[in-house]
Ligand binder design. Structure first.
Ligand SMILES: *Cc1c(COP(=O)(O)O)cnc(C)c1O
Length: 459
């Protein structure tokens, strides 16, 4: 075959057909994969071809080889981890992002992507109840959002103490205390590790995993005031619980600490009047990390790093070089750790444009309603106990002793109707249900509860 031709039609048409075939199977396909990694490697073949292959044939081969190894994560019956599906408008917009192939780093380089992200950022700050002039960085996910926000936090609290991380690094810096609730997400700890700050000091949490403001006050009182960062959480991965922001921020402020909120999926509670009270006081913090690829249901990779003080974000994350066409205004690259990147904000814009304000609220409410339906249905089962207050999208259930709960988790995976993950929370094995997919229907919940009943009956 000759050098790949400039004909995009055939490969794109084939990809379109494979995508539609895949999406068409989601309603009835078992959720778990039917093949393991070795099976898929064998189906792909490991020999690097000596000669070029026609693009449409590459697409066909890929789609056929991986099918059995795909997990139906966009299915309405996937409740594992906290993984959303993909809204139709967001998926289609994401295809265009690939086709347009814009490097979204600079306004002058791609006015199109900068404009779409600017509008999306304004809408996001409004829906999430955050200050209208905060900086929004479109990053790859919650971990990088935590990283970007905490980079701004680190540099700013040390700058206030008279120390420049940009110029001096961390060697010789004043001691910086970082505190986080006992049930903080591991990605906060990993972001702190990347930033050279080490593990956070752990502040006691209550029975739902919420940081206790009295414990925070005691921890901050225990040593003299100096640079400090307090990490709060909106949406605990087990209970769905929210830290008491108003009280915790007040305590942190007394000690001059920067307050960061990890709200990877929970920050979206702000989008509905029904769930907004869960977040009371969250807007008083200094930075907020969230995902768009979870609750908002856009494709990967999509996270949002929001920093109240744009100058702090720019100082920590921005760069300047003579060859870059930077203007006087803030550039998209100033608020993210990457330089070259795809236009992550475009599918976000498409999701919000397609849902509107009312649809975004309804999305969040539907997830909560389904979680409550799960909690009611599960609580009625023999030996089952729902362990958390189901105020948001997460349900943790035990089926008696740890061994029995583990058997239910394994049995469900083997059964295939639904995917829920096992975990350990508050010293017990649990089946953890996370309702994150826009497309989950009442019927999906009923079918999934029926599957749990069947597995219990078969134990
Ligand atoms: C998922 C999650 C993260 C990490 O987000 P990624 O997008 O997976 O990097 C951080 N915090 C919480 C609470 C999460 O649920």
């Amino acid at each position: 075959m000759a050098w790949p031709s400039a004909d995009y039609d055939a490969p794109l048409e084939h990809a379109h057909r494979h995508a539609r075939d895949w999406l068409g199977t989601l309603a009835d396909r078992p959720v778990p994969p039917r093949a393991d990694v070795d099976d898929v490697v064998a189906a792909l073949g490991t020999e690097l071809p000596a000669e070029p292959t026609a693009p449409a044939d590459v697409v066909d081969h890929l789609a056929a080889a991986v099918d059995a190894g795909l997990t139906a994560m966009p299915s309405g019956r996937f409740f594992g981890f906290v993984i959303g599906g993909t809204l139709p408008a967001a998926l289609a917009a994401d295809w265009l992002v690939s086709a347009w192939d814009q490097n979204a780093l600079l306004r002058r380089l791609s006015p199109a992507s900068a404009a779409v992200e600017q509008v999306a950022a304004t809408w996001l700050l409004d829906l999430l109840g955050l200050p209208a002039d905060a900086a929004v960085g479109f990053v790859t996910g919650g971990t990088m959002a935590n990283f970007a926000c905490l980079a701004a936090a680190r540099d700013e609290v040390l700058r206030r103490a008279g120390f420049s991380v940009a110029e001096q690094g961390l060697t010789g810096a004043p001691r910086l205390r970082v505190l986080a609730g006992a049930e903080h997400h591991e990605s906060v700890a990993v972001a702190l590790r990347y930033l050279g700050l080490g593990a956070p000091a752990v502040v006691a949490a209550d029975d739902q995993g919420r940081l206790r403001p009295d414990a925070l006050a005691a921890a901050l009182d225990a040593s003299p005031d100096g640079p400090a960062i307090v990490c709060l959480q909106a949406g605990n991965v087990h209970s769905g619980a929210f830290d008491p922001f108003a009280e915790a921020v007040a305590v942190a402020r007394e000690h001059g600490a920067w307050v960061h909120v990890d709200g990877a999926f929970g920050l979206w509670a702000a989008a509905s009047p029904r769930t907004r009270p869960l977040l009371a006081g969250h807007h008083l913090a200094d930075s907020w990390a969230t995902d768009a690829h979870k609750t908002l249901n856009v494709p990967y990779d999509s996270g949002l790093a929001v920093v109240r003080d744009p100058a702090a974000a720019r100082a920590a994350l921005g760069m300047r070089a003579d060859y870059l066409l930077t203007g006087a205004t803030s550039e998209p690259m100033d608020t993210v750790p990457e330089l070259s990147r795809r236009a992550h904000g475009v599918p976000v814009w498409a999701a919000l444009r397609s849902l509107g304000r009312s649809g975004t609220a309804e999305l969040v409410e539907r997830l909560c309603d389904h979680a409550q339906a799960f909690a009611r249905g599960l609580a009625a089962l023999d030996g089952a106990a729902v362990l958390n207050d189901v105020d948001f999208t997460q349900v943790c259930v035990s089926f008696g002793d740890d061994a029995r709960t583990r058997r239910v988790v394994e049995g469900l995976l083997a059964e295939g109707t639904t995917w829920m993950t096992g975990s350990r929370w508050r010293e017990r094995e649990v089946l953890r249900i996370s309702v994150s997919n826009w497309s989950t229907s009442d019927d999906d919940v009923t079918r999934s509860l029926d599957a749990v009943r069947r597995v219990l009956a078969g134990l």
